[in-house]
Design a protein around this ligand. Sequence first.
Ligand SMILES: [Ca+2]
Ligand SMILES: [Ca+2]
Length: 346
Amino acid sequence: MARIFMEGFEHPGALHPWMTHTDGVGSIVGGVARSGSYALQLYVGGATTPRTAYINLPAGVQREEFYFRVAFRSPVVTSQNRPLLHVYSNTGQELARVNIYTTQIQVVVLGTSRIVSAPPASLTNNTYYLLELHVKMGATEGLVELRFGGIPLGSWAGPVQGTGTTIARVWLNTLASTATTSAVDDIAINDADGPVNNSWCGDGHILALRPTGVGDASQWADQAGNQAANWAAVDEVTPDNDTTCVVAHSSDLVDTYHLANATLAEGDVIKAVQVLARARTLVEQGDELLLGTRLDSNEAWSSPAPLLLSYSSFVSGVQEKAAGNTSWNLDKLNNLQAGIKSGNDS
Ligand SMILES: [Ca+2]
Ligand SMILES: [Ca+2]
């Protein structure tokens, strides 16, 4: 593990795996993206309760140390305290919180203000900024470090433990009280392990490449029977669930799809690839789905994931290396096929 999570919010209408606070705001919208076409919007809309969205990290990827990255923009950067990012332990305790003010950024560690810094430049409304936070738990030798736009803004060493043992939940808060153009995008989490992506996430853009053609395998069926090919049933931007979809009625059936070509700027590098799909089981909860990639004749599949009766989002493991443990490049990315495989039929 190293890059354990990334989210570009390129699936409008499908917030999962992000969950909203019980007062329920948080939607994937166009027009305010930093990368791709969509971003997560959080706003209050006249109420006073802060709006939040959060993810719970599965037990298998919880760690004592993470590097977080979030790009955020707000129409109303004011002198008022705007909590942006919260990091919680597995006992539900807030380990660290980043507050944004017009001229100040503050990190609160276990309830006490530990880092206070001016931003490198005064914050401008409706402009994206990159915020990174390093949290290392420790009863006495914990560490919290803050970067803004890639520039170190402060650190604090001391107890970062509380009652928990791992970092288990990430919250995002609204930055706006009334306007609707606040947004977050390009979220990434690295742990400290592995040969790559094992430290600060740095700048980065998360792009979606959707199916554009049939791949080497086409064993699923076009459920509606009204598409030119399987890939055309799974290429839409806003998921239409059962309206157009592919279906498998037995295990080990594979569909792979060629993807739209990516465009990179000079000097861009590809750090990781992940396959995302929306899926459900038709009959019995517990049927499984695998997600993977095919590059030339090399396939890489994630572990089987159990499906629910209603649609939800699934992601493959993050593939930091291409076939043969080689680095990704544009040629490999543009030859890559995304795949689905039916798992056990429970
Ligand atoms: Ca995006
Ligand atoms: Ca579809």
